[in-house]
Design a protein around this ligand. Structure first.
Ligand code: CMP
Length: 832
């Protein structure tokens, strides 16, 4: 049979086997990897025996097994990108960032420690050369999170812990594989065995891998956004990304391919969601889950099959090696978990992790597909000395099998022993409340179903009584339960709301009502609201809500660029983004208030839901105010934006109606296509966002200051050349008391406030047509007060030279300004 045909035959056969093993594992609650390894080993041991027994008839079997012998490089290229990209994709990157310090420590320090310790111990007992021993250390430093994460999910462990374990294992795979690459190169003599060179290669490979993976992923995400070619192409591009990151990283840029894949996967996980529709994202997750499942299962089976014959040679000496590795890896992990992580939390770099959970993480450090793949790669590398190959093969296989059987099968009992699978009183209370909420809904539903299906009254009443009875008992216990104190209820409610808020923003994106960039920022804000509530309850949530309305960091630069370089683009785009963000927040907040009023009551109790509604209403008010401030300054733009929003929402509705008619069979596909095309044309009109006019044209602003009315056209033009127009943000401090002043300001629009608690009993408000900052210029004294913008303001800024010129052009203006200044100084003096 042709080799390719045979390969297809073997691979599909193995996948068929996997499909049978998966339900078996689920039925008996054993980790699937344990079963795969067991079956793979059994095949691996039985096949050669069978082949010998069959004699000449065994030739096809020998051929089939030979197919499994892939060259090392091909093996890694085939499986690693899928395995790593899939894990990276499923990680919540924002959460990971919160715990980045412990994750990095566990990933990098633990890998180095584990590799070093395992290598040295093995070398110490004479298992092989130092490099070979270190290589096996690197191979076994990768942990497989599947077992622990699966169990954590089952027992409802805090999400943070799962993220921690997944993040750690992902990054330590990257670190360990990068190290593996360097050590293997040294072992086969393609790189001089100098420690500094090795370290250099490791660091360069790691950092370069991150940079390349990130850049490539951003490029492909942008391409996806630009092409808008639909799910089939988009999914394909993520596949291309994973494999290009690996292959191009390794072969063209000579950086670590695995690190590049991990960086690319994390980047897509963080930025990709807003580049594609909800549907595509769902398919993307499904696709990668499927690919990951295939890769994982195949590696287990193949590796176990290939390595099993080695286990026949397992003797006392090998048992000693295994014991040494078991001890070394456990000690290395324990040092990190119980020694280094607590130091980090003491330094405030990470949250505290419970001892019970640390014990589970220690015991749950199973080794899996990646270790097997790496060991297999060594076996298939021709230039590795035979004795090193044998040692690495046998230690890796026996250790992986040991962790799977000894740790994998005892992890659940251990969790029971530590009491982690029992709900805490607080969790129990939450569970009861969730149940009450669901029961109340089902009782309503029972009635509707009974009516719809014309069921007899008896059956209906019986079902209702059943639900009602359970609900009654639950409600009674809820009345008395005090496990959920006030803080816990607030936290729960607010965290629920933040989660809903994030989903609602994605909904707006899917409906094309809000732009991608804005949704990305809003999602981050919703995330921060949730984190705030989790860490400091209501106060934390409120702090995050206030911060969300601040003018973001970029504004400072944009204002500076606009005022000093007359480069208005950044400011314009930030302001229009802010507009859009506020409008989207307003829509979502309305929904949240509704939700809190109607649903949270049952979960938290009416009084608490009321308090949460109050928090939301405060947020709504603040958003409304911020929006109003913008609207006042840019009324035309606001109208254009709102028109577009309403238009698109209406078109969505129209489209949905057409689709419903098609589903009902009222209109044919052809008619639907035609209508969709029509809607598409009209959509384009509403999609055009008007450009925001900052109104910073000097001549136009000068014309709006009545004081300049006396000037002739030529003088006006002349002055306009010396004036710098600028936009001020609400709360921006324009002039600071006590500082040197070289500029004065005319207010063309908006309002500012002069504040000096020592001399002014009440702050003084100045509006369009007024000026400030003249005193320091005229008297050469430090600024006499703070001047703060109350609203968005258009200002005209004049420096000393321009003022002199202006006074020369128009003596009456000079006299007027001097007179006002005299009055102001008199007022100041009188107050002193
Ligand atoms: P200057 O001292 O340069 O900076 C602070 C500015 O606040 C000052 O110029 C005036 O323009 C303004 N200011 C100070 N006192 C008064 C006042 N009593 N009424 C109005 N404006 C004032």
């Amino acid at each position: 049979m042709h080799e390719t045909v045979l390969a297809v035959f073997v691979v599909t056969g193995l996948l068929g086997l996997v499909s049978l093993l998966q339900p078996l594992a689920a039925r008996h609650s054993i980790p699937i990897t344990v079963l795969l390894a067991a079956v793979g080993t059994a095949i691996g041991v039985a096949a050669p025996l069978l082949r010998t027994a069959l004699g000449r008839d065994g030739a096809p079997l020998a051929e089939a097994l030979a197919v499994v012998d892939l060259p090392a490089e091909a093996f890694l290229l085939l499986f690693l990108p899928t395995l790593l990209f899939e894990t990276a994709l499923s990680i919540d990157v924002r959460r990971l960032m919160d715990d980045l310090a412990p994750v990095l420590v566990m990933a990098i320090v633990a890998v180095v420690l584990s590799t070093g310790l395992t290598g040295l111990v093995l070398y110490g007992i004479g298992a092989g050369s130092l490099v070979a021993c270190l290589l096996i250390g690197a191979i076994l430093a990768t942990t497989d999170p599947a077992a622990v994460v699966g169990i954590f999910r089952d027992i409802g462990a805090p999400k943070r812990l799962s993220t921690l374990v997944e993040g750690e294992s992902l990054l330590n795979d990257a670190a360990a594989i990068a190290m593996f690459g360097v050590l293997l190169a040294v072992l086969i003599g393609s790189r001089a065995a100098s420690w500094s060179q090795g370290l250099n290669a490791f660091v360069v490979g790691f950092a370069g891998g991150i940079a390349f993976g990130y850049a490539l992923a951003r490029g492909i995400c942008a391409l996806i956004g630009w092409l808008r070619a639909g799910p089939l192409v988009e999914l394909t591009l993520t596949f291309v990304l994973a494999y290009l990151a690996y292959a191009v990283g390794e072969k063209v840029f000579h950086v670590s391919g695995v690190v590049a894949v991990v960086a690319a996967g994390l980047t897509v996980s963080a930025h990709g969601r807003t580049q594609v529709s909800a549907e595509t994202w769902h398919s993307l997750e499904q696709l990668w889950k499927q690919l990951g499942f295939w890769a994982n299962s195949l590696i287990f089976l193949l590796a176990a099959m290939v390595m099993a014959p080695l286990l026949m040679k397992f003797g006392l000496r090998e048992l000693g090696w295994l014991a040494a590795v078991v001890a070394a890896t456990l000690v290395a992990r324990a040092v990190v978990l119980f020694g280094i992580i607590p130091l980090l939390s003491m330094a405030g770099l990470s949250q505290r992790i419970d001892h019970a959970y640390k014990t589970v993480i220690l015991w749950g450090g199973l080794r899996g597909a990646v270790s097997l793949a790496l060991a297999l790669a060594v076996m298939e590398t021709r230039r590795v000395p035979a004795d090193a190959k044998a040692m690495i093969g046998i230690v890796a296989t026996s250790f992986v099998l040991y962790t799977l059987f000894a740790h994998g099968l005892t992890l659940r009992p251990l969790i029971g022993l530590l009491g982690l699978n029992r709900l805490s009183p607080r969790e129990l209370a939450v569970r009861n409340r969730a149940m009450a909420l669901a029961l109340a809904d089902s009782r309503e539903h029972v009635r509707a179903v009974a009516e719809e299906h014309d069921l007899s009254h008896g059956v209906r009443d019986e079902a209702e009584a059943q639900f009602g009875g359970r609900l009654g008992t639950l409600e009674q216990s809820l009345e008395t339960d005090c496990a959920l104190d006030e803080d816990a209820r607030m936290e729960m409610g607010l965290v629920t709301l933040a989660g809903r808020e994030e989903r609602l923003y994605l909904g707006l994106l899917d409906e094309n009502l809000v732009s991608r960039q804005v949704v990305q920022r809003l999602r981050a804000i919703a995330g921060r609201l949730g984190d705030g509530a989790r860490s400091a309850g209501r106060d934390g949530y409120l702090r995050a809500a206030v911060a969300a309305l601040d003018h973001a960091q970029g504004f400072r630069f944009a204002i500076w660029a606009s005022r000093h370089l007359r480069w208005h683009r950044p400011l314009r785009s930030l302001l229009s983004q802010r507009f859009e963000m506020l409008m989207a927040s307003r829509v979502v907040l309305r929904d949240l208030v509704n939700f809190a009023e109607n649903r949270l009551g049952a979960l938290l109790g009416a009084a608490y839901a009321g308090r949460i509604v109050a928090v939301l209403n405060d947020r709504r008010f603040a958003v409304e105010q911020a929006l109003e401030a913008l609207r006042q300054q840019f009324p035309d733009y606001a109208r254009g934006l709102e028109r577009g929003y309403v238009g698109r929402a209406a078109l969505r509705q129209e489209l949905a109606a057409y689709r419903a008619l098609h589903e009902e069979g009222v209109i044919s596909q052809d008619v639907l296509n035609d209508l969709e095309r029509e809607v598409g044309h009209r959509w384009r009109v509403f999609e055009m966002v008007p450009t925001l006019d900052l109104g910073l044209d000097a001549a136009r602003l000068v014309a709006r200051v009545p004081m300049f009315a006396g000037l002739g056209a030529a003088s006006l033009q002349n002055i306009a050349r010396h004036l710098r127009p600028g936009l001020a943000m609400p709360d921006e401090v324009l002039v600071r008391r006590g500082e040197r002043g070289e500029e004065m300001y005319f207010v063309a629009s908006g309002e500012v406030e002069v504040r000096n608690p020592d001399t002014l009993p009440q702050p003084i408000r100045l509006g369009a047509g007024d000026f400030f900052g003249e005193l320091a210029l005229l008297t050469r004294q430090p600024r006499s007060a703070d001047v703060v913008a109350l609203t968005y303001c258009q200002l005209l800024v004049l420096d000393r030279r321009a003022v002199t010129q202006l006074f020369r052009e128009d003596p009456s203006l000079r006299d007027h300004i001097r007179a006002v200044a005299q009055n102001r100084m008199a007022a100041e003096r009188a107050a002193e």
